[in-house]
Design a protein around this ligand. Structure first.
Ligand SMILES: NC(=O)c1ccc[n+]([C@@H]2O[C@H](COP(=O)([O-])OP(=O)(O)OC[C@H]3O[C@@H](n4cnc5c(N)ncnc54)[C@H](O)[C@@H]3O)[C@@H](O)[C@H]2O)c1
Ligand SMILES: Cc1c(CN(C)C(=O)CCc2cnc3c(c2)CCC(=O)N3)oc2ccccc12
Length: 258
C-alpha cells in the first residue's frame, strides 16, 4: 500500500525520460497512483507512450496548452474514462528561445512576454478550471514546477522569471479559490537539472557546476528527488499544505553573497 494508493493522476510535461515530469510519474506510480499522461505533439507521443507503459498506464492523450480546444477535449476524454480525478501535475514551461539569451532588457519583447506567460503560467489556471468538476470534493491536489528565477534576477532566465513569478502568484490565488472544494495547490521550485528544456541554454553546464560547488549539499538535485517531493505534496501526507512553494534545490536558495 503506497501513500498515493489508487489516486488518479494526470501527468503533463513528459518530453523524455529525463523530464522532471518523468521523475514525478515514476515516484507517484511507486506509491500506488493510477496515471494518465499528455503529450504536446506527435513527435513526443512515442516517448510518452513508452514511459506510460513503464508506469502501468495506456492512457496517453494529446495536449498543447496553447489551445483551449485541446484542453476541453482532454477533459472530455478523461471524464469518459475516469469518474473522478485526484491530482493534476503541470510540468510545462516555455518562452521563445531568443528570450533566454543575453541581457533581459535586450531580449524582452511584447510577444515573448505574452507567450512565456500564456504557456508557463496561464496554462496552470486553464488546467485547474477544466479539471475542477472532476476533482471537486475529492481532497485532490494541483502541482506545478517553478524556479528561483521567479524571485531572484537570474542571468539569462529573463522573461521566464517573470512568468514563474506569475505562476507562483497563480498557486496562491488558485489555492484560495479551490480550497473550499478541498483541492490543494502547490509548487515545487526545483534546482537546475539537465533536461530537454535546459539543453541549448547557453553555459547551462557551468551553471550546474557552479551550483554543485555552492549548494549546502554540495551537489545538484535529481528528477527522482523532485518526484519524491511531488508525490508527498500531492498525497494526504501534505493535507495541511496549500498555496505553498517548496524548494527542492539542495538548499541553494538560502545562500546569500551572489
Ligand atoms: N530543468 C530545470 O532546470 C528546471 C528547474 C526548475 C523548474 N523547471 C520547470 O520544470 C518544468 C518541466 O521542465 P523540464 O526541465 O522537465 O524540461 P522538459 O523539456 O523535459 O519539459 C518541458 C515540457 O513542457 C512541455 N511544453 C512546452 N510547451 C508546451 C505546450 N504549449 N503545451 C504542452 N506542453 C508544452 C514540453 O512538451 C515538455 O514536455 C518546466 O515548467 C520548467 O520551467 C525546470
Ligand atoms: C535553470 C535554467 C533553466 C531551466 N529552467 C529552470 C527552465 O525553466 C527552462 C524553461 C525553458 C523555457 N523556454 C524554453 C526553454 C527552456 C529552452 C527551449 C526553448 O526554446 N524555450 O533555463 C535557464 C535559462 C537561463 C538561465 C538559467 C536557466
Amino acid at each position: 500500500m503506497g501513500f498515493l494508493q489508487d489516486k488518479r493522476v494526470l501527468i503533463t510535461g513528459v518530453a523524455s525520460n529525463r523530464s522532471i515530469a518523468a521523475g514525478i510519474a515514476t515516484a507517484m506510480h511507486a506509491q500506488g497512483a493510477e496515471l494518465a499522461f499528455t503529450y504536446q505533439n506527435d513527435k513526443l507521443k512515442s516517448r510518452v507512450t513508452e514511459l506510460a507503459s513503464q508506469c502501468g498506464s495506456d492512457l496517453v492523450l494529446p495536449l498543447d496548452v496553447a489551445s483551449d480546444a485541446d484542453i476541453e477535449s482532454l477533459f472530455d476524454v478523461l471524464g469518459r474514462t475516469w469518474d473522478g480525478l485526484d491530482v493534476i501535475v503541470h510540468s510545462i514551461g516555455f518562452a521563445p528561445r531568443e528570450q533566454l539569451d543575453g541581457d533581459y532588457i535586450d531580449a524582452v519583447t511584447r510577444e515573448g512576454f505574452a507567450i512565456a506567460h500564456d504557456i508557463s503560467s496561464y496554462s496552470f489556471a486553464a488546467l485547474a478550471k477544466a479539471g475542477r468538476d472532476m476533482m471537486s470534493g475529492r481532497n485532490g491536489a494541483l502541482l506545478t514546477l517553478s524556479y528561483l528565477g521567479a524571485v531572484r534576477a537570474v542571468p539569462h532566465y529573463n522573461v521566464m522569471g517573470l512568468a514563474k513569478a506569475s505562476l507562483e502568484a497563480n498557486v496562491r490565488y488558485l489555492a484560495a479559490s479551490l480550497g473550499p472544494t478541498g483541492t490543494r495547490v502547490n509548487a515545487i521550485s526545483a534546482g537546475p537539472i539537465r533536461t530537454l528544456a535546459a539543453s541549448g541554454i547557453a553555459d547551462f553546464r557551468s551553471m550546474l557546476k557552479q551550483a554543485e560547488e555552492r549548494t549546502p549539499l554540495r551537489r545538484n538535485v535529481t528528477i527522482d528527488e523532485v518526484g519524491q517531493a511531488a508525490a508527498f505534496l500531492c498525497s494526504d501526507l501534505a493535507s495541511g499544505i496549500t498555496g505553498d512553494v517548496l524548494y527542492v534545490d539542495a538548499g541553494y536558495h538560502i545562500l546569500g553573497l551572489a
